[in-house]
Design a protein around this ligand. Structure first.
Ligand code: AMP
Length: 433
């Protein structure tokens, strides 16, 4: 494993890997690695390349080139430096693969090497306070050890001055309308600011102004430096995942954004570098976050409502299944009622005092738009991994229905630690509307 600090060196290596025809897989992180990060790295190590399936219905074979621009060169042209890359695309162990269980591999297929690059960079631009940035856990030595154990090929660990060279002071946004915190706006000298669209100001963005713009800036820079074929992000940071996907699409970056599911501790709290800041009592109370999500998911799914033009048009007889204490047609009210029940049933008064729920919102999984916009969705052509699906299910009702993938997102603050989580919710959608 090689550790690289300089952008120029990283770009050089990337070029050579590409000339050799390797597939580059990239896992961006801010370090303080835990099992959530390592699950992304393991996935990068073992994922089968979807592009390489030639025929999903019968035999699958791996193509010899990954894209039109990249052709493997004569191996003698390659430097010894790369000789340790022996990993090959023959060990699929991922969710993507499970979706293609009837695929057989062609034994004559040419095996390709994959190269995994992990970046470790605590990005000041996405922090809302200098204090938070300074207190962010940093353990480079143990991070490198973890990467070594996981057979990572390269760790890109640039210093701040590499990523944000302060050579264009004249471009700094000096006023406070920039959306960035005063403390970190010394990094705002980039000419290009990533899209500060509505989504970046929604949910997490509402109470963390500038956070997503800062995140997108660094992800955009890293993707431009590494130019991977695949980049891996965790579903835990769902809004981040959607924003990155949107950016990659908008900027026509030829990169596959892959997502991996959330890894949790035994109390079902998503692993996060910030969890170390929770006191023992707070950590126990934090387990209520997943309970809030799963109870609200059950409440919504068990209703088995059919979503037609709008929630208000649901006939009254369909609402009989609802708890009479809720007795309300509005979806968000049902979620809210479920949340209040979960909090009171699971937390003592003491614990209740230290928890505050910042938001709990059900959104369309594909793009986190509000669920009331569902009726405007065009269901044709949605891809099923990421959004609205077209799986037809007969739910025992007279009409066959289409399931719409929604996402319930929440943030809670315990003590002074802000935590986030999300869960998938499936809604029934009436085709015959
Ligand atoms: P961070 O170091 O917090 O910026 O996270 C780097 C990547 O790891 C992001 O794509 C996160 O979504 C992902 N990640 C963080 N925590 C988890 C977790 N508990 N499970 C899965 N992925 C995670």
């Amino acid at each position: 494993m090689k550790v690289i600090e300089l952008i120029e060196e990283m770009c050089d290596i990337r070029e050579k890997l590409c000339q050799r025809g390797d597939r580059i897989r990239f896992v961006p992180t801010m370090g303080a690695l835990h099992d959530g990060h390592t699950s992304l790295i393991q996935r990068a190590n073992t994922d089968i390349n979807e592009d390489n399936y030639e025929n999903h219905s019968s035999t699958c074979s791996l193509t010899t080139c990954y894209d039109n621009q990249i052709r493997p060169q004569n191996s003698s042209q390659l430097k010894d430096d790369f000789s340790h890359h022996k990993r090959i695309l023959n060990s699929p162990q991922t969710r993507d693969e499970e979706d293609n269980t009837d695929c057989q591999y062609d034994s004559n297929v040419k095996q390709k090497q994959i190269v995994v690059i992990v970046s470790i960079f605590v990005n000041p631009k996405q922090f809302n306070s200098l204090n938070d940035f300074n207190n962010y856990p940093k353990n480079l030595d143990s991070d490198l050890e973890i990467c070594r154990r996981l057979n990572v090929d390269y760790v890109f660990a640039p210093k701040c001055g590499q990523m944000y060279p302060n050579k264009r002071k004249q471009n700094m946004i000096s006023n406070n309308n920039s959306g960035y915190s005063k403390n970190t706006n010394k990094y705002n000298h980039c000419i290009i600011q990533p899209p500060a669209n509505k989504l970046a100001q929604d949910l997490e963005g509402q109470s963390r102004p500038g956070h997503f713009e800062g995140m997108l800036t660094v992800v955009c820079k890293l993707l431009n430096i590494i130019r991977p074929h695949d980049a891996y992000f965790g579903e835990k940071d769902y809004q981040q995942l959607i924003l990155v996907r949107n950016m990659v699409e908008d900027l026509n970056m030829n990169i596959q954004i892959k997502c991996a599911e959330t890894i949790r501790d035994p109390n079902l709290l998503p692993l996060s570098s910030r969890n170390v800041r929770l006191k023992e009592k707070e950590r126990k109370a934090a387990s209520v976050m997943y309970k809030i999500l799963s109870d609200a998911k059950d409440a919504v799914e068990s209703m088995q409502l059919t979503y037609s033009q709008s929630i208000d048009s649901i006939p009254d007889d369909k609402l009989d299944v609802l708890d009479s204490s809720i007795g309300h047609k509005d979806l968000n009210s049902i979620i809210l009622a479920s949340m209040l029940t979960t909090l009171t049933l699971n937390l003592s008064d003491d614990n209740l005092d230290m928890v505050s729920v910042n938001y709990l919102e059900l959104r369309c999984a594909k793009d986190i738009t509000e669920i009331s916009y569902v009726e405007n969705c065009d269901f044709e052509g949605y891809d099923c991994e990421n959004g609205c699906v077209k799986n037809r299910l007969n739910l025992g009702q007279t009409n066959s229905t289409t399931l719409l993938k929604a996402r319930l997102l929440t943030s809670i603050t315990i003590g002074d630690v802000r935590l986030i989580d999300n869960i998938e919710v499936l809604l029934n959608y009436d085709d015959k509307r």
